[in-house]
Design a protein around this ligand. Structure first.
Ligand code: COA
Length: 152
């Protein structure tokens, strides 16, 4: 599917793992191992990639937790930032949550990750909690949440 940003979006497949892990390692000092991606991809959770032609340049992983969606991972190749790739992925997950009548979407984000926090706030996510020392006991996570359908 082509996005207004010019990127295309599609479901992730296991064959994306080498490219995906390269992006993951370039984005996080505590990258997920392959197994953590394999499980949601196989479970057919919400696992989408954004591509520039055939090249995977970013991804979003979201998991069902009853009536809630949890954005567990989102990353964009540093060479492809500030071009709307993450915006396309978040727009799509909000639309999917609306269509499938999830009550809300939440995520954890490092307190220091101002760029990501700004991005989520633009969509209406609000800070609803703090997990102290969530990241390897070194940094707090802000819990951000957006209500989709009805009272939560
Ligand atoms: C946070 C992250 C996902 C953002 O990805 P991104 O694709 O660069 O995000 P977008 O391009 O959609 O939006 C970023 C900015 O670019 C702007 N932008 C979007 N499209 C644009 C375009 N075509 N031209 C110029 N700017 C654009 C957006 O308005 C936004 O501006 P803002 O920072 O003032 O809000 C990315 O920096 C990343 O992968 N970081 C490391 C991993 C991480 O932190 N993940 C989130 C964990 S919770």
């Amino acid at each position: 599917m082509n996005e207004p940003s010019g990127f295309c979006m599609r479901n992730l497949r296991e064959s994306d793992l080498p490219a995906l892990l390269e992006i993951e390692r370039s984005c996080f000092w505590d990258p997920w191992p392959a197994m953590w991606f394999r499980r949601p991809i196989r479970a057919r959770d919400f696992c989408w990639g954004v591509c520039d032609g055939n090249r995977l340049v970013g991804y979003l992983i979201a998991c069902r937790e009853d009536e809630t969606l949890h954005i567990a991972n989102l990353a964009i190749d540093p060479d492809y930032r500030n071009q709307g790739a993450a915006t396309s992925l978040i727009k799509r997950i909000v639309q999917a949550a609306t269509d499938e009548r999830f009550k809300d979407i939440y995520l954890e984000v490092r307190r220091s990750n101002e760029e990501a926090i700004r991005l989520y706030e633009r969509f209406g996510f609000k800070v609803t909690g703090v997990e102290e020392n969530y990241y390897e006991g070194q940094e707090d996570a802000l819990i951000m949440r957006i209500t989709i359908n009805g009272m939560v």
